[in-house]
Design a protein around this ligand. Structure first.
Ligand SMILES: [Zn+2]
Length: 375
């Protein structure tokens, strides 16, 4: 018999799908901001996977994936438990914004981290947003229950779907050998989980930028880095007009992760209907090819196309349509296009592509030296 799992008002029942809500915080108006919770539990015991979506209010594909995945037919074969949260930030969906007014910053950078906090909070500084405090509480529930986590996102219009692989960081100031071995095992399990999902895999930013941009405080970043639980983020194309083919592929990919985890019987299903790229070398995310001056960029490459070094990737012109002296713009890296930046008018220094470029860096490494210093 599987364990009973409860999150808010949702209580698991073997062989069924249960619905409820988890109260996050109270608005000034007295309204409670709750997160919707779905718990699907098989009749047989097994691991527990968390599936979370829509922390960004303009990303509508993830909730659809969860609704399509969680069926009674799935539950009949399931071993273990799925805890699904179709929206990690319902207020974002209500106002249709990436950063809703309640947080003033990317909500996907508010999860807990291992960096030590000052003993006394500075009264001059704003205390954590209520949503941040809610995520700290929810993180504790994830740590107690989860064996795996997938967080569903959207990138930009026309982007190819892909899964992010975060580099696994470890402490080197104490128990170095032990930490390194643990990080290796965690990175190995994450790699297998990503392979089971079956989408294009793109490594996250290099360590310095990853920490500077608080990517270790994203939903999957925090679960992986602080929770030491295999977790990844998947980008499912544009979010305001979800693509049915990407939804279908993401549902199949998630079922494949369940099979890999021993939660579903049967063969892996093929992932079809979407672009999947394996260039034969690892790649990492890079928002790049910056405008040398203000003007119009006519993209010469489409999402999913390979790019060679020095290959022209955009023609540049002014508002009158006359070529700029720097045209055509060439790529300084090899890889492939994940998406074009929206529009054709760009200021100097703006990036015109999101690319996956060849990545020579290791997939695990130490935290930056000053990370654990008290501020
Ligand atoms: Zn997102």
């Amino acid at each position: 018999m599987p364990h009973t799992t409860q999150l808010g008002t949702a209580v698991s029942r073997p062989g069924s799908i249960q619905y409820g809500q988890w109260d996050a915080f109270t608005h000034a108006t007295g309204h409670i901001e709750f997160l919707p919770v779905i718990i699907a539990q098989g009749k047989e015991p097994g691991p527990c996977i968390w599936l979370t979506a829509a922390i960004h209010g303009v990303e509508h594909t993830g909730p659809w994936v969860l609704h399509a995945l969680l069926t009674q037919d799935l539950v009949e074969k399931l071993h273990g438990t799925i805890i699904a949260i179709p929206s990690l930030c319902p207020v974002g969906l209500r106002v249709n914004e990436y950063v809703p007014y309640i947080v003033e910053k990317n909500p996907n950078r508010l999860w807990p981290e291992d960096k030590p906090k000052p003993a006394q909070p500075d009264p001059e500084k704003r205390p954590p947003f209520p949503l941040e405090t809610a995520y700290q509480r929810l993180f504790e529930r994830i740590k107690e229950t989860a064996n795996f986590l997938i967080d569903y996102h959207n990138a930009s219009i026309g982007s190819i779907p892909f899964a992010f692989r975060d580099r696994v960081l470890y402490r080197e100031d104490k128990n170095l050998e032990e930490n390194k071995t643990e990080a290796q095992q965690l990175a190995g399990r994450l790699d297998k989980m990503l392979t089971a999902f079956g989408f294009t895999i793109v490594n996250e930013n290099l360590v310095e930028k990853y920490i500077d941009e608080d990517l270790h405080r994203s939903t999957s970043g925090a679960v992986l880095m602080k929770g030491r639980i295999p977790a990844f983020t998947v980008e499912l194309g544009g979010g305001q007009m979800p693509d049915r083919a990407i939804v279908t592929a993401a549902v199949a990919g998630t079922r494949n992760v369940l099979r890999w985890a021993g939660m579903l019987p049967g063969e892996m299903e093929p992932i079809s209907g979407i672009t999947i790229i394996d260039p034969g070398y690892p790649v990492r995310t890079s928002v790049r090819t910056r405008m040398p001056g203000p003007g119009v960029a006519i993209h010469l490459k489409e999402p999913g196309e390979m790019v060679a070094i020095d290959e022209p990737i955009a023609e540049l012109q002014d508002i009158w349509g006359r070529p700029l002296p720097q045209s055509p713009l060439v790529s300084d890296r090899e890889g492939f296009i994940l998406s074009r930046s929206h529009g054709i008018f760009f200021d100097q220094g703006e990036a015109i592509y999101h690319m996956a470029i060849r990545d020579e860096e290791p997939l695990l490494g130490p935290y930056p030296r000053d990370f654990f210093k008290e501020n």
